[in-house]
Write a protein that binds this ligand. Structure first.
Ligand SMILES: [Zn+2]
Ligand SMILES: [Zn+2]
Length: 319
């Protein structure tokens, strides 16, 4: 099968079709998405080597006796042991033996086929087309913000970063009833948030005043600077971006105003699927371009150009 493989350099190559292990299924990938974290893999994130990609939708193609056979699915990306102390305490997304689809010790979704434990699967409702379902992982990650730090409808919330994830987070937060502001550098991206009840600002034009909560989704240290400058005393900064690099932190910026700085990663798939099924989130405006898998290198390059939103890859064998 064809795959977008990373080993110091990304490459399109023929590899053996994976064989599902005990408790696993084989998924024929239909559509996959390229995410900011995949672009960090290119810079050495997790020292990952293997097939890239963790955002996908597809259909189960094996084993023959699987009750999932033929069903359209999405899949949670953390492959966990279920037996370690963290798994037993309900923290399985942080499992000590955790592997992660396309990010850590498990081949990913930018290929004709992938394998995942059947326990990771969620069936895609018939009313959710592939181009919506492929957004399930980033949408769940956006919902995770509210699990990480509760949002009161009384809150003024600032989302920093008008990329794919920042937009999804602003849309989801606006559903909570809070007053949501989005700051970014791309007028054409900000325009996608306004119809959903989000007030948008070019970052230098952000109005004065502070925020009960700031969500950092810009993927840059400057975004965290802005977040810490704008959060109110005893407010919360939620960090969503994973990037290779370091941030010089002035402890007094947290200690004196008693600010809470909290990380936030993978979120609830079932809730994200419900938002899609009910049409409360329509991710289509986020799609920039779709490439066939054979042109996966172009897709990666395109996803890295400034101002590009979601790049999708059609992974069907004849796609
Ligand atoms: Zn992602
Ligand atoms: Zn575990």
């Amino acid at each position: 099968m064809l795959a977008l493989y990373f080993d110091e350099q990304p490459q399109i190559k023929e590899v053996d079709r994976p064989v599902p292990g005990e408790g696993e299924v084989l998924v024929r990938v239909r559509l996959a998405g390229i995410c900011g974290t995949d672009l960090e893999v290119l810079k050495g994130y997790h020292d990952f080597k293997g097939i890239m990609g963790h955002e996908f939708t597809g259909e189960v193609a094996g084993p023959e006796n699987s009750p999932w056979l033929g069903r359209r699915v999405v899949g949670e990306i953390n492959i966990v042991c279920g037996a370690c102390d963290l798994c037993r305490r309900g923290l399985s997304r942080h499992c000590r033996q955790r592997r992660v689809l396309g990010l850590r010790d498990h081949d990913g979704a930018l290929a004709h086929y992938l394998t995942l434990p059947a326990a990771n699967l969620h069936a895609v409702p018939p009313e959710v087309p592939d181009v919506w379902a492929v957004f399930i992982e980033p949408l769940a990650a956006a919902l995770r913000v509210q699990e990480t730090a509760p949002v009161s409808p009384e809150f003024r919330v600032l989302v920093v970063g008008d990329g794919r994830l920042g937009l999804l987070i602003s849309w989801v937060l606006a559903l909570s009833g809070a007053e949501v502001h989005l700051a970014g550098h791309h007028p054409e991206h900000l325009a996608l948030a306004r119809p959903r009840g989000v007030a948008t600002f070019l970052t230098p034009d952000l109005p004065p005043g502070d925020y009960d909560m700031v969500v950092e989704a810009s993927g840059s240290p400057a975004g965290l600077d802005l977040a810490l400058a704008r959060v109110r005393p005893r407010g919360t900064v939620v960090m969503k971006s994973t990037y290779v690099g370091r941030y010089p932190l002035d402890p007094a910026a947290l200690v004196v105003p008693e600010v809470r700085l909290v990380g936030s990663r993978c979120g609830p798939f079932a809730a994200a699927l419900r938002l899609l099924r009910d049409g409360r989130i329509d991710p289509r405006p986020l799609i920039d371009r779709t490439f066939p898998l054979s042109r996966g290198l172009e897709a990666l390059a395109w996803a890295q150009s400034p101002g590009v939103l979601k790049v999708l890859v059609d992974c069907r064998e004849d796609g």
